[in-house]
Design a protein around this ligand. Sequence first.
Ligand SMILES: Cc1cc2nc3c(=O)[nH]c(=O)nc-3n(C[C@H](O)[C@H](O)[C@H](O)COP(=O)(O)OP(=O)(O)OC[C@H]3O[C@@H](n4cnc5c(N)ncnc54)[C@H](O)[C@@H]3O)c2cc1C
Length: 595
Amino acid sequence: MAIYKAPVEDTLFLLNDVFHIERFANLPGFADSSPDVVEAILGAAGKFCEDILTPLNRVGDRQGCRRNEDGSVTTPEGFKQAYQLVVDGGWIGISVSPEFGGLGLPIALTQTVNEFMASANMAFAMYPGLSQGAIAALLTHGTAEQKSLYVPKLVTGEWTGTMNLTEAQCGTDLGLIRTRAVRQPDGSYKITGTKMFISAGEHDLAANIVHLVLARIEGAPDGTRGLSLFVVPKVIPNSDGSLGDRNAVSCGSIEEKMGIHGNATCVMNYDGATGWLMAEENHGLQAMFVMMNEARLGVGVQGLALSEVAYQNAAQYAKDRLQGRALTGAKFSEKPADPIIVHPDVRRILMTIRAFNEAARALIMWTAIKGDVARRSDDAKERDIADDHMGLLTPIIKGALTDLGFANAVMAQQVFGGHGYIQEWGMEQFVRDARIPMIYEGANGIQALDLVGRKLGRNGGRAVMAFFGEVQGYVKEQASDAALKPLVEPLGKALGHLQQATMWFMQNAIAKPDNAGAGATDYMHLFGLVALGYMWCQIAAAARRKLAADSSGRMNSKLVTARFFMERMLPETATYLVRIQSGAGSVMELPAEAF
Ligand SMILES: Cc1cc2nc3c(=O)[nH]c(=O)nc-3n(C[C@H](O)[C@H](O)[C@H](O)COP(=O)(O)OP(=O)(O)OC[C@H]3O[C@@H](n4cnc5c(N)ncnc54)[C@H](O)[C@@H]3O)c2cc1C
C-alpha cells in the first residue's frame, strides 16, 4: 500500500524561517497563529491525513461512487465517517472569519491542510475543497441573507458546495451556456438546464448541497455578458437554516472516469429548480471568478500534493529495491545487489521531484500570504499589490504546477519499473489522479492564455513589473553574498530570459496574436521556473542561517537540492525563450485538412 507522511516540519520551516509569518502579526488572525498553535494544527491535520485519509485512497479508487435508482449517490466505504471527522475537526473554515463560524487563521494554513488532504486522498479532499470555493464566492458576492443562511453551514461542513459552469456544448467557452433562469414574482428564479462534469454534485456526506450555478436570465444578452450566478440548494433551507423542501435539482448520472473515482462527477439536471440571484444580474461570471480563482489555487495545490506523495513512495522504494551495482563499485556488498538509490539516473528523478516539491510549496505559501494581505490588510496600496500578485501567479500556480505535478507522478512511477504499472503499489493511481488537475478549472492551455493575454497587460503591466522588480532587487541585493552566488546568478540569468520573452510578446504579439497563443504555455513554464528559482534562493538563505544548529542534515539537504535546481532545472528557461521567439510560423502554417 502507498505510504504518506505529511511534511509538517518542512511547512513549519517555510512559515517560520523563510516567510517569517510573525511579520504579518498586524493582519487579523495572524496574531492568533503563534508557532505552537500552528504546529498543533498542522500536526493534527497531518495525523488525520496519514491515519484516516491515506488508507481510504485505494478504497475510494477501487469502489468509486455509485448512483442509486432514486438519484442519490453513495460514496466509497469510509468516506462518510472520514468526512464527519473533517466536520468535527472544523477543518473547512479555519481561515474563514469567526463571524461566520471559522477560526480566522491565515490562508496559508488552509492551503497546507488542503495539500496534506490532497496528498492523502485527492478525491476525498475535493468535497471540502469545493465548499471553500463556494464560501469565498458567497462572502464576496452573496447578499447579507445568503451569507448568513449558507456560509456558517458550509464552514462547519454540514452542507457542501459545488460550482456549475460546464454544459455539454460549453467548457472553455462559457458564453455558450444555455441554462435558463426565469424570474418569479417572489424574487426567486426557476433554473432549467443540464450541467455536466459537476464535482461533488451529489453524494451522501452532508445533509445539503449548495450549488452555485451560472445561467442566463430570459432576455439577457448572448455570450458571457448575459450570465448570472445563482445559489441553488439541493434542499431549500428555511430562514432558520433548518431543511425544508427538496429542490428540483437531481443527479442524472455519474461519469466513469480515469481517476479520482472517490469523487462523484455528476450530470446535474435543473428542472425548474428554485434559485436566488447572487451578485448583480449579468455579472455572474465576475462573481463566479471568485470561486474559480480560489479553485485554481486549490488545483495548483493538488499538483504539488500528488507530486509529494508520489515522491515519498518512490524515495522509499528506491531505498528498498535491490537491483544492480553502483557504477563506482558495490555500496552494499553484503547484499545480493545495491538498492536502486545508488544509481545516478534514479537519483536524477528523485532530485527533480523534490526540487519541485519544496519550491512549489513555498510558492503556494508565499501566494497564500499575499491572499491574506489582499483580503485583510487595512492599507489599500498593500492590498492592491497583493491582489496584483495573486492575479499574476494564479494561472502559473494552476498551470505550471499541475503540468509538473503530473510529470512528476509519471517519473515517480518510473522508479518502480514494472511494479509502478500494476495496482499493488498505488503509483498508477497517483498518475491517473494527477491528470485531471491539468484539465479542470480551465485547461492549462487556457491558464497560459490568461497569463499572457490578460494578466501581463493588466493595469499597464503593473503586476509583472512589480514581480520583475522584486526578483531583480533580490538578485542585486544578494550578489555580493559569496555563498548564495551560485544560486542567485542563475536566477538573474533566468529572470533575463523571462524579461526577454515578455518584451518579445510586447513587440511581436500585439499585431500577430498567434505569436502569443503559440508561446503562451512555454511562457507560463518559463515564468514558473523563475518563480520556483526565486523560492529556492529564499529557502537556501534560510537554510544557511540554520545550518550550524542543524544536526539532522535537513538544512544541508535543502542547500544541495537548491543547487540541483539551479544546475539542472532552471537552465530550461533558455529553451523556453528560444521556443517563444520562434513565433507561430510553423505552428500555424499547415492547413486544418493536413492534420
Ligand atoms: C473530473 C472532472 C471534474 C470536473 N468538475 C467540474 C465542476 O465541478 N464544475 C464545472 O463546471 N466543470 C467541471 N469540469 C469541467 C472542466 O472544467 C472542463 O472539462 C474544462 O474546463 C474544459 O472544458 P471542455 O472539457 O469542454 O474542453 P474544451 O473547452 O472543449 O477544450 C478542449 C481543448 O481545447 C483547448 N481550447 C479550447 N478553447 C481554446 C482557446 N480559445 N484557445 C486555446 N485553446 C483552447 C483547451 O485548452 C482544451 O485543451 C470537470 C471536468 C472533469 C473531467
